[in-house]
Write a protein that binds this ligand. Structure first.
Ligand code: ATP
Ligand code: MG
Length: 394
């Protein structure tokens, strides 16, 4: 029955001169999300985008619900600018709605017609059109009564320049900004619960993600790596392919274990991770680093620990979960589909070699002194040279 999906965007409509960039990116992202369904044309007109219903409607809806930048969308019928054609379509729309809601001729349903007339050349005004269409529907369906305040069914009619669009449903989008408009960031992606959610939050603000994962084979298994790739794949469903740089971290951990005081191991390990992530960011031309840290969650996430790790990099480090409780992070992880993967029991590199009592208030000078014993350049070069890149998602 529906010809198109009409897509509305929110925040991006307000970006002044950059608006075109935002609109084009959203258009491209929607096309990319639907391409494998055989849909690649996304029409842009004024502040709307239109997608043809050339595949299973439910599947298209599910895909659109994951595209950042969409405020809401509606399956619509498109008809010419003629009153009779509009009436005919509205009758069909209501018939379908009654059927879906299992409303028999004996039942009642309240409704309202809402006309938006952008095309002032159309002969009837919005109130006239509301009246005319309301009367037509009341004649046709005895179940209907008008309720202009809280109708159970809204029949919306948009009269535009070339066509009229008719619909009854507004499906909320995820909001945010189209992925890509805010630049690229390197996400430190562990197999845990937090970092995938951190990636999601930044994608929501328009950041394209490249991930880096530190892998301690053979201390951690191949399966632990697969798990991270699975997480990246879920993230890719919100904004296109996610390359994962799998960095061989084993030698670094061994060296730290051998040369540094146990209580500083975690801090030094984190500093190595950030240094390597920054090197990956340089290669990838990314402008920020992203972690899943949340203040006070563990020893390495106190202010002092964060300060000590942050000190080794120049790029900004975004920590979108810094003010989240664990329960809030878990809720989000469940909603975005990463939780069930994150809780699979494969060990992370952080869980090996870790002392029972890590320092919660590391002193920067002390950490720097301890690090002097490491063959820093050699370790970094070796780890980067053994980095493998796997692109996840379509
Ligand atoms: P997560 O649930 O994301 O693993 P966490 O609560 O376990 O977080 P930590 O282990 O202290 O916290 O890690 C803090 C952050 O450091 C992670 O959110 C992630 O961004 C990064 N990180 C930790 N381990 C790795 C790893 N093996 N590879 C890549 N990044 C990592
Ligand atoms: Mg972890």
């Amino acid at each position: 029955m529906y010809d198109l999906l009409l897509i509305r965007y929110g925040e991006i409509g307000t970006k002044g001169k950059n608006r075109h960039v935002f609109e084009q990116r959203l258009q491209a992202n929607i096309a990319a999300a639907l391409r494998d369904l055989g849909i690649d044309e996304v029409e842009r007109a004024y502040t709307r985008l239109y997608v043809p219903v050339k595949a299973d409607l439910e599947e298209i809806i599910q895909r659109l619900q994951k595209v950042f930048g969409i405020a809401s969308f509606s399956p619509v019928m498109r008809v010419p600018l003629e009153v009779e054609a509009i009436e005919e379509a509205a009758v069909k729309l209501v018939a379908e709605s009654l059927r879906e809601r299992r409303i028999s001729p004996k039942d009642k349903l309240t409704f309202k017609v809402i006309t938006h007339r952008a095309n002032k050349g159309f002969p009837l005004t919005s109130p006239e059109m509301n009246k005319r269409l309301g009367a037509c529907l009341l004649r046709k369906y005895p179940q209907l009564t008008v309720d202009v305040h809280q109708p159970q069914l809204s029949v919306e009619v948009e009269i535009r320049e070339h066509y009229t669009y008719i619909y009854s449903e507004r499906i909320p989008g995820v909001g945010g900004l189209p992925v890509g408009v805010s630049g690229k960031g390197v996400l430190l992606l562990s197999g845990g619960i937090d970092s995938p959610v951190a990636g999601y939050q930044m994608m929501k603000r328009g950041v394209e993600i490249t991930a880096v994962h530190f892998h301690s084979y053979p201390f951690t298994s191949e399966r632990a790596k697969e798990k991270v790739l699975d997480l990246a794949k879920v993230l890719s469903s919100y904004g296109g392919p996610v390359p994962v740089h799998v960095v061989h971290f084993t030698e670094i951990q061994k060296a730290i274990n051998e040369h540094c005081p146990p209580k500083l191991m975690v801090t030094i390990m984190r500093r190595m991770m950030l240094r390597l992530a920054e090197a990956v960011a340089q290669r990838e031309r990314a402008a920020a680093l992203i972690t899943g840290e949340s203040l006070g969650q563990v020893a390495s996430q106190t202010m002092e620990s964060i300060a000590a790790t942050n000190a080794v990099v120049r790029l900004p480090v975004f920590r979108p979960l810094i003010g989240f409780d664990k329960t809030e992070i878990v809720d989000l992880a469940e909603r975005i589909g990463t939780y069930s993967i994150s809780i699979q029991p494969y060990e992370d590199c952080c869980t090996i070699f870790v002392p029972r009592h890590p320092e919660t208030h590391p002193k920067l000078a002390e950490v720097e002194r301890a690090e002097e014993r490491l063959p820093m350049e050699e370790l970094m070069e070796e780890a980067l040279a053994r980095t493998e890149v796997v692109v996840c998602g379509k």
